[in-house]
Design a protein around this ligand. Structure first.
Ligand SMILES: [Zn+2]
Length: 198
């Protein structure tokens, strides 16, 4: 099932970010959208508590889990919101995940959405650069078939011209691939934009 494959990939990606671990808090911008989707903006509960005490964030949702210090006890926050709006970064980072995201986890030659890897449209051996406009998601089948040839030399063609996406474009694509392993109190905020549109 292809959707599950996407989600597994994404879960794996998020979990392998060296992130804050158990009882992470989802961090929302002051407009209640996640500060970032990829990777998802998460803080450790310690950082979330610290920011709360510094009055930089408000607590929106909490875990049923209590942290205790010698003098105080409090529930660990599961969702926090920044008190001051941070302007999102416009430039989309050229990352493995963002590239797959731009290409919607589909091979840009045949449309398959499993066994994905990357392909240099102009092969590196022919001077092709590793950049947004020359790297696409490709299935291993097409990748092997193409080898170090140009697409038209081996009878395959790109479904669309690879471009550098804006961060807004990636956000929009990203909403099609919502995380599935995250704490339930995060979901309202992750789906928020989607619900407005439908
Ligand atoms: Zn393919």
């Amino acid at each position: 099932m292809t959707v599950l494959a996407h989600l597994d990939f994404q879960a794996d990606f998020v979990q392998n970010q060296g992130g804050p671990g158990r009882f992470s808090a989802l961090v929302l911008n002051a407009d209640y959208r996640p500060l970032s989707y990829f990777p998802l903006s998460l803080w450790s509960w310690q950082d979330a508590i610290r920011a709360t005490f510094l009055d930089r964030v408000g607590v929106v949702e909490e875990y049923d889990s209590i942290a205790r210090s010698p003098s105080v006890e409090f529930k660990r926050p599961s969702v926090v919101v920044l008190k001051r709006y941070i302007k999102p970064i416009r430039r989309a980072a050229f990352t493995r995940f963002n590239l797959f995201l731009r290409d919607e986890f589909t091979c840009q030659y045949c449309g398959r959405n499993s066994e994905l890897t990357f392909d240099h449209v102009i092969p590196k051996s022919r001077g092709g650069l590793t950049e947004w406009t020359n790297v696409v998601a490709a299935c291993t089948h097409c990748n092997l078939k193409k080898g170090s040839a140009l697409p038209d030399e081996c009878g395959i063609s790109l479904r669309r011209i690879p471009m550098q996406p804006t961060s807004e474009e990636l956000l929009n694509v990203g909403r099609k691939f919502p995380p599935n392993h995250l704490h339930e109190s995060w979901l309202d905020f992750l789906y928020w934009d989607v619900e407005l549109k439908t």
